[in-house]
Design a protein around this ligand. Structure first.
Ligand code: PGA
Length: 314
């Protein structure tokens, strides 16, 4: 590393050599301590003196002593060493998760479990600060593209970006209806519901993307569509009788049970998974690596607990 100053540049190695000369009071002893030859130390000392532009040492008897500039530089060397030690201590703290920053962006539908996971993680590591962004899939993709966060949580990672994407939890999508909804027939298919009004998430949402793909796969076109930009509003609207919707089971809680039901539609649930996504492995900070591992444990502990349980939804 080069440190620029007014008259040229100097290197950390020169400072290290000067520090030894200043501390030991002699070029010979500094050379011995650093396993260098005496001329090598003298050359570096001369180059450093030129870079500083002022004499750093002066002869006294058979030895040398520091000039005022030399004493000031010696003090600066000590401060640099202390700053470096603090930096190393911070690295150690971050590696041990005693401090650090974790930036996560998650798609809106992941807000039903991800903040809870973050909360538990921070309880384990209170020194870690968290920044959480909640956006739809397009919003999270934009942050991923701009490398604004350490980790990104979404269901459909971009296939053509060189990112690492690790699935950690199922994310099934189900058809919901008001509790009182009478299905037109026993063996229900999506096309049988095509005349109902469907509440759809906005374009750019991952849920919407999955729904559009399913409609295309089944060659079904919905006659009456209404775009609603939030899972919560969609649930309320369905409960209020406005129409049907396709949502993640994670968006459904026990509290929704009395007002909603999941329809047993062929081809459903649409099977998807939550992924934790990031750019290359090497750049991941210690808190980000730890949270990625924690997510796998969290998912294992909560598998089956999210959303409606068992047959209670029929
Ligand atoms: P969304 O994403 O919240 O943007 O709909 C959810 C998902 O990708 O499953």
């Amino acid at each position: 590393m080069l440190l620029r100053n007014r008259t040229g540049h100097l290197t950390l190695r020169q400072l290290q050599i000067f520090e030894a000369v200043a501390r030991l009071g002699s070029v010979t002893r500094a050379a011995q301590a650093l396993h260098l030859t005496q001329p090598a130390v003298s050359i570096q000392l001369k180059a450093l003196t030129e870079a500083v532009g002022r004499p750093l040492t002066e002869p006294v008897g058979r030895g040398l002593r520091l000039t005022q500039a030399g004493r000031d530089l010696h003090e600066t060397c000590r401060e640099l060493a202390a700053a470096w030690s603090r930096f190393e201590a911070r690295l150690d703290d971050e590696a041990a998760l005693r401090r650090g920053l974790l930036r996560v962006s998650v798609v809106t539908t992941a807000k039903y479990f991800l903040p809870r996971a973050l909360g538990q993680f921070v309880q384990l590591h209170p020194g870690i600060e968290v920044e959480l962004e909640i956006l739809n899939r397009d919003g999270v993709l934009a942050r991923l593209r701009d490398r604004l966060d350490d980790l990104h949580i979404m269901s459909a990672p971009p296939a053509d970006w060189a990112v690492e994407a690790r699935p950690f939890l199922d994310n099934p999508l189900v058809v919901i209806a008001p509790r009182a909804f009478q299905a037109p027939r026993q063996r229900l298919e999506l096309r049988h519901l095509a005349g109902e009004r469907f509440l759809l998430r906005e374009p750019g949402s991952g849920t919407r993307m999955a729904v559009d793909e399913q409609l295309a796969r089944e060659r079904v076109s919905l006659a009456r569509r209404m775009v609603v930009g939030s899972n919560e509003a969609i649930k309320q609207a369905v409960a209020g009788g406005l129409g049907l919707a396709i949502v993640s089971r994670h968006a459904l809680s026990e509290a929704d049970l009395p007002e909603l039901r999941i329809l047993p539609v062929r081809g459903f649930p649409i099977r998807r998974a939550w992924y934790v996504v990031h750019w290359g492995e090497g750049g991941l900070s210690a808190p980000a690596r730890a949270f990625r591992e924690f997510l796998a444990e969290f998912a294992a502990a909560h598998r089956g607990a999210a959303g409606f349980g068992g047959g209670a939804n029929r």
